[in-house]
Structures are given as structure tokens and as C-alpha cells.
Write a protein that binds this ligand. Sequence first.
Ligand code: CAA
Ligand code: NAP
Length: 241
Amino acid sequence: MPRVALVTGGTRGIGAAICKALKAAGYTVAANYGGNDEAAQKFKAETGINVYKWDVSSFEACAAGVKQVEADLGPIDVLVNNAGITRDAQLHRMKLEQWTAVINTNLGSLFNMCRNVIEGMRERKFGRIVNISSINGQKGQFGQVNYSASKAGEVGFTKALAQEGARVGITVNAICPGYIATDMVKAMSQEVLQKNVLPQIPIGRLGEPEEIARCVVFLASDDAGLITGSTLTANGGQYFA
Ligand code: CAA
Ligand code: NAP
């Protein structure tokens, strides 16, 4: 039986590339998304991958979503926590809603999703969890106290859960991408991107979503059974954690 993989935020950007790469590697894949029905339907038509709409910042929605995916496809073997948002502003202008939205979506979702799959993984004595963190969780970023805190939190979560999962066949790893060519980067100030960000990337270009997807396929594989609690940095040399 092919293993079942669930990717949150799997219908656009990095998540869509992860879904496609996992499907190509033989997994049965489910893609979650939050609100963009048009993108999700386009993705489904192109890939044949099942799409599921729920808000990863809601514990109850994640519980219901996981239940639905498992009813449709079988127990979840691989969970990729990829869904994420930015709400950039300097702290002195940041509103409470910008803080809570980012923390609840990016970090709260790890509890909401992992809590709902972990018991099944423990019973079956197998699981692969990959959390998509960020270079900006490693180094901090002007204008992103909310996002940097959420992404650094993902790394701590990863290291703690890795210790709990190790003796029951569950690996938990984080990937820290640098700046990747997706809608998220298109949404930031292009002036800041050209002036402040691109000159700091030694390979001289943004990353491609497929380059992150290949890291996920490796960490999900049997070949990566020794690797748990690690942080895989993939940023074109911009920062060495
Ligand atoms: N370091 C130091 N100073 C900086 C700076 C930086 N990184 N960025 C901006 N500044 C300076 C500016 O040069 C400017 O200086 P002057 O007043 O002397 O001109 C001052 O700080 C104010 O800058 P802004 O005009 O940009 O400030 P703002 O309040 O209008 O905007 C902001 C703030 C929205 C955060 C904007 O600076 C911005 O978009 N920054 C980029 C944040 C970023 O990198 N986001 C990443 C999004 S993609 C992502 O997050 C994915 C991932 O994981 C990598
Ligand atoms: P993106 O293009 O903006 O796509 C984000 C995806 O997450 C979409 O599928 C979106 O669904 C989904 N999503 C957002 N909020 C959600 C919610 N509350 N519930 C369910 N799904 C939700 O982003 P991306 O650039 O591919 O980023 C993917 C991940 O990589 C994020 O965690 C991001 O922080 C991280 N990352 C990105 C970069 C980068 O440079 N792009 C670098 C480092 C790390 P809808 O389509 O419905 O909106």
C-alpha cells in the first residue's frame, strides 16, 4: 500500500511543489488549503490530488480535516506542516491581530496538526513529520518579529517532538528555506527585495519551490530514518545556522 502524505497549504507555492514531488515518489497525497478555492481547484485539475479546505489555526478544524483525510485515503504516514502567512510590519506599528494571526497560523498549526496525527503514528510505530520553518526564524528579520518568532518556535517544537517520537519510529525534522519564488515573496516590497534581500544571496537568485520539495521527499523516505530533530538549511548560502 502506498504511504499517505498530508501537506498543509499544499495547493500553492512550496506546498504545491511538495505535493507533486511526493506524488511522483509514489505517495498518496492530500493537500490542505485555507481559503483560495480557485487556486485549489486549478491545482486539483492539474495534479489529480485531493484538496481539503480548513483553517490550520483552528484545532477543531484540524481534527475534522485529519479525520476526513484518513476516512478517504487511510492513516496519515507523512505530515508536512507547510501552511504559513506573513503580516510584516515593524513592531512599533504592528497590531495585535498581525501578531496573533501569524503565531496561530504558523506555530499554533503545528500543535493543531501534530496532536491530531501523533497517536495514530505512535500506534503504527511509523511517522514522518516535516515542518517548513524559515531562514528568518534562524536569523531574525527586520519587519518580522511575529514571523521570525513563529518560525523559531517551529524549530523548538521540532526538536522536542523528535525526542518523543524517536523510540516509536517517528522522525520530526524542520527545513529552513531562504527566499523562494512564490506568492509570499511576490507580496513583499519589491524594492526591499531588490535592494536588501537579493544582494545577500550568494548564489544570486531566489530558490525554486521544487528545491524545497526535494528536501521533503528525502526526509520522508526510509533512507532518512537516522535523521530526526534536525534543521535542514536551504538558502543559497545567505545564512549559516
Ligand atoms: N535592515 C535595516 N534597516 C532596514 C531594513 C533592514 N532589513 N529594511 C528596511 N530598513 C530601513 C529602511 O531602509 C528605512 O530606512 P530609512 O528610513 O533611512 O529610509 C527604514 O528601515 C524604514 O523602512 P521601510 O520604509 O521599509 O519601513 P516600513 O515601516 O514602511 O515597512 C516593512 C516595514 C513592511 C517590514 C518593510 O521594511 C519590508 O517589507 N521589509 C521586508 C521584510 C521581509 O523581508 N519580509 C520577508 C517576506 S517573505 C518571507 O517571509 C518568506 C521567508 O520565510 C523568507
Ligand atoms: P504561499 O505561496 O503564500 O502559499 C501558502 C499556502 O498556505 C497556501 O496554500 C495557503 O492556502 C495556505 N494557508 C495559509 N494560511 C492557511 C490557513 N490558515 N489554513 C490552511 N492553509 C493556509 O506560501 P509559500 O511561499 O509557498 O510558503 C509556504 C511555507 O514556506 C510557509 O510556511 C512559509 O512561511 C514558508 N517559507 C516560505 C519562504 C518563501 O520565500 N516563499 C521561505 C521560507 C519559508 P490558500 O491558497 O487557501 O491561501
